[in-house]
Ligand binder design. Sequence first.
Ligand code: GCU
Length: 420
Amino acid sequence: MKTSISIFTLLLILCGSVIAAKPFPPTSELPPQPEPPDPLVMFDGKPVASKNDWLKKRQPELKALFQHYEYGYFPSPAKFKTTTDYVDRKFLNGKATLKLATLTFAEKKAPQIHLLLVVPNKRKSPAPVFLGLNFSGNHSLVTDANVPLPTSWINGKYPGVVDHYATDAGRGQQADVWAIEQSIDRGYASASIFSGEIQPDLTNATTGVREAFHGSKDPQHDWGNIAAWAWGLQRGIDYLETDTDIDQKKMAVVGHSRLGKAALLAAAFDDRIALAVPLQAGAGGTSPARGKIGESVQRINTGFPHWFCGEFKKFNDQPERLPFDQHCLIALCAPRPVLLSNATEDTWANPAGQFEMLKAADKVYRLVGTDGLASNAMPEEGRLIESTLGYYIRPGKHSMTADDWKIFLDFADKHFGKPH
Ligand code: GCU
């Protein structure tokens, strides 16, 4: 089967993306902002008085500000062709269908993107889906030997990864982390792409979409890895839009840690994403840049200089000059549901600061006419706040588990309705 991205989709995304750097002032000229900056005040100090002001003026302004000062400018979406390489309708003892698709861009320098999709067979209508990037290759999510091993560089130590490259020994090693069967049993499809194939997690990568496409000619404002991963997720959404097994109104994104930062960014810039779950995403994602707990702007820029644009480094010792904080990124998702999920021992990701970001985003959700955050205080461990701005914290460490997925599915059931 061959499909290609529709003209309509292309136009939709083109309208939402900013190609050239806007003339915002240099960082040194930005005035310090209150903590947190008011999302309903424009960059020039004028109030955002109505839903229309938010949608027409503040939303585009914030998107431009985030690109200019933090993530770098996104390139336009790129054309690709899809081939479906493999279909197994008897996957998981006949409970599901496994599909493997390859997205091939017209631009020769761009890497191919391989997408793994598992869809429940028992259903009366198209399935809601969670799409997330993985750290160690699609083959690590399932044991099926038909899933090709990724050929690009893998960051970190994972079972079956030898000298940063995948081997057969890695097959199925992340199955517990993704708990795909649980999603299938709950009526959800599960889709994933290996993040390193979109863009390797390296400072000096020579393969990846950042080599092939640029959002700004000025290297200081061109996109970093978090934006590249978010862009890759959006291409995954392009594909899912063409798959008739998927309910296009119920496409959620999920991501752990650095890939949670990318999931939130993707959702903030793309209305087709109906719900976002950034898990333990922390600095540069869901926790405040002005926070005093966990990772600071300076630490993240020093440890991971390739994640953000060059300009972001100028905030290392003066985050108070940022003309936004991460609550504004959450607010860009309004009125769509966002769940921030955390673990008590993961103070590096500042779970309490993340709750403050939800509180600060709440007024935008109310302005556009939804319920926002249902509580002023952090919930006790193990209790989900399931309002449109949702929050969850459980005991334990920085990790993604089947129990975390149970909460994501509960949250999605609440906002999408239970699949049938
Ligand atoms: C590091 C980094 C975090 C990131 C995390 C991860 O701890 O400092 O910002 O979220 O890695 O991706 O696991």
